[in-house]
Write a protein that binds this ligand. Structure first.
Ligand code: NAD
Length: 259
């Protein structure tokens, strides 16, 4: 099997980094972009064979530069992973600032459009092309106090299903992953902000989040990496248009807002 070529947005830390590490270990050619210059430096130091570029996915000119670099290095792309996404503000909709709403949409939704439109011509030249959109279990439920994030993640599922139809005849598969809360610094920040917004302790909020899943669990980053590797392998060749939960089965994302 020839080495896969993979583009990952927000690949310098978090879930994106774990995916990059896994593909690199399997001999793939990996391109990552990220907004965090110092995370990019560490990434490049650890993985000198990978290509790492500073790009904010919410800025079309940055995304264009990223894909120009990819096209200069490789004639085709096998895998596009739309991983970049910010948590956005926590609060009731009427308290959310317009700028915060816009910024969340710019990164979490428009960024997927900006990257995917540039990836498609390169994916068309692959014999096993796949797009993986990292959505969230917030794409499947109402999620009080997180309206811009939730709206963007639902939109991601609409995009996934529509693109699966547009690109399926060309053999390009498109799927979305819907992880539950992943162990790590990001979820700790989300928990802290939620606890502050609702006057609860961090422990109360963490326990509430875990009880939202049938398996009473947070997710490990390895769970997401394993699914991405499967979906983009030969084993995943008939899977497209799916929104796949990796969340111990979320029963609800409702939170106690009081009376
Ligand atoms: P994270 O907050 O750890 O950030 C990962 C990377 O994203 C960082 O290196 C950061 O610099 C980069 N980044 C942020 N904004 C960017 C931008 N505009 N352009 C390019 N890079 C940018 O995130 P994570 O926890 O690894 O989450 C990755 C994806 O998984 C997101 O789409 C997120 O919504 C989704 N997700 C995460 C969780 C979770 O609990 N962590 C749960 C469900 C879904």
């Amino acid at each position: 099997m020839t080495a896969q070529t993979v583009a990952i947005s927000a690949g310098a830390s978090g879930i994106g980094l774990a995916m990059a590490e896994s593909f690199l270990a399997a001999g793939a050619k990996v391109f990552v972009c990220d907004v965090d210059q110092s995370a990019l430096r560490s990434f490049q130091h650890a993985f000198p064979t990978a290509v790492a570029l500073r790009a904010d996915v919410g800025v079309p000119a940055h995304v264009d530069e990223f894909f120009e670099r990819i096209a200069a290095d490789t004639p085709h792309l096998d895998i596009m992973i739309n991983n970049a996404g910010i948590a956005g503000p926590t609060g009731r909709l009427e308290d959310i600032q317009i700028e915060d709403w816009r910024h969340t949409v710019e990164v979490d939704l428009n960024g997927v459009f900006y990257c995917t439109r540039r990836a498609i011509p390169l994916l068309r030249r692959s014999t096993n092309a796949s797009i993986v959109n990292i959505a969230s279990n917030a794409a499947l439920f109402g999620f009080p106090l997180r309206s811009p994030y939730t709206a963007c993640k639902w939109a991601m599922i609409g995009l996934t299903k529509t693109l699966a139809m547009e690109l399926g005849p060309d053999g390009i598969r498109v799927n979305a992953l819907c992880p539950g809360s992943v162990e790590g610094p990001r979820i700790r920040g989300v928990i802290e902000r939620d606890a502050m917004a609702r006057g609860l302790t961090n422990e109360q909020v963490a326990s509430e989040y875990q009880r939202q899943s049938s398996l009473r669990t947070f997710v490990e980053v390895e769970d997401i990496v394993a699914m991405v590797r499967f979906l983009t392998s030969r084993g995943g060749r008939r899977i497209s248009g799916q929104a796949i939960g990796i969340d111990g089965h979320t029963e609800s994302l409702s939170v106690d807002l009081g009376a």
